[in-house]
Ligand binder design. Structure first.
Ligand SMILES: *Cc1c(COP(=O)(O)O)cnc(C)c1O
Length: 332
């Protein structure tokens, strides 16, 4: 089971294992799994809780681990947004039975394509090694003697990333601490400059959290504070000011055919539960109201640009009435 609003690839691979996905609502502050919602959708069939530390903000791991322990469930962390994030001082990726970090080209540490799996469970380590590698790597790395008997074939697949991409990742990792620090400074400045924009809900960051890579900056729009102007019109106005602003591109997973339809397309004839979209959920509210803003990485060079973005938001606030009239009749 996993969060209702996240990047699909955190959960979609379950269908390739003929598994089924159950979705739970998100916490509007962390944007990750809401532990109370998670508790409500657990069944005796639930095996794994997948958490995604969305945009870099760690999930409420204390509560989620308590639930996992009480019900004997495995926890998988998707840290693809959260390279370098910490929860109560401890790095994400160290809480679950296993954790994955995508190193795809857009991520804060990137290889081009590729990724990392970390685990402290020797069984997970051995089985993941045999799933991804046949021959030498499995012969040299698999700890369990009985499992190592499979080293010539692995489990029949080879899923390793290209070594050339791994070299790129090593360089990106070396550059990451400076990149992280610059991004934090940029976004702290941006957050301060946007603080008095009444039609934006500030991005909530808990005190016990270090946002690490800060993969996205997605404040929520409050249309009631801007005369009810639709988000699409606000985005149009910001773009007219030259701003690269949009609506986040990932919809709720329940709206995607892979999740919603009652048959698994990879294994025709295999039924699955099929998910009905949750209306009135936090996931729906965030999907409808979030704005996708740039994250900036050059400090202090980007300050001028950040100030221009903030000024565009302020300008729109000052011209609220004109925007309300335009929204009522865009042809005027
Ligand atoms: C990018 C991303 C993935 C997919 O990673 P790939 O390396 O492209 O397969 C999975 N989960 C999240 C949260 C992501 O952001």
């Amino acid at each position: 089971m996993g969060p209702a609003l996240t990047y699909h690839a955190a959960l979609s691979p379950v269908f390739a294992l003929r598994g089924d996905v159950v979705l739970a609502d998100i916490d509007p502050d962390t944007r990750g799994l809401d532990p109370k919602a998670l508790q409500a959708v657990l069944t005796e069939h639930t095996k794994v809780i997948t958490v995604v530390h969305q945009w870099g903000h760690p999930c409420d791991m204390d509560a989620i681990l308590r639930i996992a322990e009480r019900h004997g469930l495995r926890v998988l962390e998707d840290c693809s947004h959260a390279h370098g994030s910490r929860y109560k001082g401890r790095p994400v990726g160290t809480f679950g039975d296993a954790a994955v970090f995508s190193l795809q080209a857009n991520k804060a540490v990137y290889a081009g394509e590729g990724g990392i799996l970390v685990t402290s469970d020797p069984q997970v380590h051995d089985r993941a090694t045999l799933l991804g590698h046949y021959r030498d790597r499995s012969r040299d790395a698999v700890l369990d003697e009985d499992l190592r008997a499979h080293w010539v074939t692995g489990f029949g697949l080879k899923l390793r990333m290209s070594p050339f991409n791994a070299i790129v990742a090593r360089h990106a990792l070396a550059a990451f601490p400076a990149r992280k620090e610059a991004r934090h400074r940029c976004l702290r400045h941006f957050g301060e400059r946007l603080g008095d924009v009444t039609y934006l809900e500030p991005v909530h960051i808990a005190d016990h959290v270090d946002m690490g890579a800060w993969y996205g900056y997605k404040p929520l729009y409050r249309p009631e504070a801007l005369g009810g102007v639709p988000r699409s019109v606000l985005i149009e106005a910001l773009r007219a000011e030259g701003m690269e602003v949009g609506a986040p591109s990932s919809p709720r997973l329940s709206t995607l055919p892979l999740y919603a339809r009652p048959e698994n397309p990879l294994f025709p004839g295999t039924p699955k539960k099929g998910i009905t979209p949750e209306t009135g959920s936090h996931a729906e509210h965030v999907e409808r109201h979030a704005l996708s803003l740039p994250t900036f990485t050059n400090w202090p060079d980007d300050t001028k640009l950040i100030d221009q973005y903030a000024e565009a938001f302020h300008k729109i606030g000052r011209h609220r009435e004109a925007l309300v009239r335009y929204a009522a009749d865009p042809s005027r």
